[in-house]
Design a binder for this molecule. Structure first.
Ligand code: TYD
Ligand code: MG
Length: 461
């Protein structure tokens, strides 16, 4: 709030003072100075009581692209500033265009082509089979021209592709952090004051922390990250949309797409994506069920161990927290008698999913044990549980939903934490300790090289 010189007035004599004091300097009375309400400068919005604020502009309109709507908490918010970030070539423009085409069925949409020409965007739209007449293309030279185009067409949704390519007259280097910030700050009033949605498309590099879009996180209402398979290796068609920040809904949900010849398709049965067509009898693999938001996904975890080539064993983890890998190796050695801490060890989550939860610990440990022992884990069994430092298996949330999904996909048995009372569940074995979870690997191997003195798997559970 702007400071005014007469911010305090004496209730006894009416004299004004620039700041509060215990005694009025004019009449000498004590405790009579009180702050005054300065009139709002012209053009300033008056503060409004909370119950009189119009809540309608917080609503969302479904786009019909189910996975997009799921991530955003219902659809396109009717006003707000969104950032769609991802590596170059991952499919941001394709997704933005598909969202624009869907939204253009019911409203005017302005797609500002700052990077490609409108002709290129038209050709892409043809490829996607959508040329709605309410989707307007423009090629603004700078921020000012874009603002004029928005004023002229009054669209419900403005897409800026990309924010790095939109020039800001005040800033020199296009693509610099300050240019990107200046553009976003300039566009924010279009979204917030004028009650429309502005979607900024921004490139990030493989590391994700670029001078650029990530510096916008605090400015925007939602940050959507569009990722490809195995983060960085865009070998496969799977794309994952996740919200890093979301003022319109949760940040838990992910959206799953497949990039095809005719654009992005939503994935209807995602569990099939994260499971390789496993040859029966391949060691080093275990199935688990991850919760992504409210959705259970059957996921395959693969591991490989080999004698260390260097003095320090190499450890690589893709799709799980890399910090868990050394810990799980140490627990496997200490509490299950598998001498794996000196080995090179690689762990991968099939399909490029990143698992944030510890519920997949036990499956990672079982996959490593299976790789080390050269014994396959049953391909119709899931493994669920968090592993503690003392080798105990801890419960996982939403167990019934996970097991339901596993059954649906042909895995009606497996290993689960015994604390969940799942022992009683037909087909599932409840275990309290890591060593017990390795039993399905044992029938084929009577002894384990390097296990405790007796050459047997040490059962501490
Ligand atoms: P694009 O949306 O241009 O990526 P970004 O805006 O993130 O840089 O998409 C780039 C890739 O997607 C490109 O290599 C071609 C591929 N693609 C398809 O496979 N199918 C399609 O229908 C489209 C439009 C693109
Ligand atoms: Mg693009």
């Amino acid at each position: 709030m702007a400071r005014t010189r007469d911010a305090h007035v004496c209730s006894a004599c009416g004299a004004s003072a620039p700041r509060w004091a215990g005694r009025c300097g004019s009449c000498g009375e004590w405790n009579t100075l009180a702050p005054t309400r300065a009139p709002c400068p012209a053009g300033t919005d008056r503060p409004v009581p909370i119950d009189q604020v119009d809540g309608a502009d917080a609503s969302s309109v479904p786009t019909g692209i189910g996975e997009w709507d799921r991530v955003l908490g219902g659809g396109l918010p009717s006003s707000g500033l969104l950032l769609l970030a991802g590596e170059p070539g991952i499919g941001k423009s394709t997704l933005a265009l598909q969202v624009a085409a869907s939204a253009a069925r019911g409203a005017d949409i302005l797609y500002a082509c700052a990077e490609e020409s409108p002709a290129q965007v038209r050709r892409r739209a043809e490829r996607l089979g959508a040329l709605p007449s309410r989707l307007l293309l423009s090629a603004p030279r700078d921020m000012a021209e874009l603002a004029a185009q928005v004023a002229q067409t009054s669209p419900a949704l403005v897409i800026v592709d990309s924010v790095q390519s939109l020039a800001d007259p005040g800033e020199a280097a296009s693509g610099s952090a300050s240019q990107v910030r200046a553009c976003a700050a300039g566009l924010a009033p279009l979204a917030r004051r004028e009650g429309r949605t502005v979607l900024l498309v921004g490139h990030v590099t493989k590391e994700g922390a670029v001078a650029g879009p990530r510096t916008l996180e605090h400015l925007v209402d939602a940050v959507l990250l569009f990722e490809g398979e195995c983060k960085g290796e865009r070998g496969g068609p799977t794309r994952v949309l996740r919200a890093l920040k979301n003022r319109f809904g949760s940040t838990e949900e992910i959206g799953l797409f497949r990039m095809e010849e005719d654009g992005l398709h939503t994935v209807d049965d995602p569990s099939a994506l994260f499971r390789s067509r496993r040859g029966e009898g391949a060691p080093g693999s275990a199935l688990t069920v991850a919760m992504e938001g409210r959705r259970p996904l059957l996921v395959e975890i693969q591991a490989l161990t080999s004698p260390a080539r260097l003095s320090h064993p190499e450890r690589r983890a893709s799709g799980i927290d890399p910090g868990r890998l050394p810990l799980l190796l140490a627990v496997l050695e200490r509490h299950a008698g598998l001498p794996v801490t000196g080995l090179d060890c690689f762990v991968n989550v099939v399909g490029g999913l990143r698992l944030a939860e510890r519920s997949c610990d036990l499956a990672v440990a079982v996959a490593i044990a299976s790789a080390y022992l050269g014994v396959p884990h049953p391909s119709d069994a899931v493994v669920l549980g968090e592993v503690g430092l003392t080798g105990e298996v801890l419960p996982v949330p939403s167990l019934p939903r996970r097991l339901q999904e596993a059954s649906r996909l042909g895995c009606p048995r497996g290993t689960v934490p015994s604390q969940d009372g799942a022992q009683a569940r037909a087909g599932y074995t409840g275990v309290a300790r890591l060593a017990a979870a390795l039993r399905p690997l044992l029938p084929e191997i009577p002894t384990i090289p390097g296990a405790d003195g007796a050459g047997r798997l040490r059962e501490t559970g």
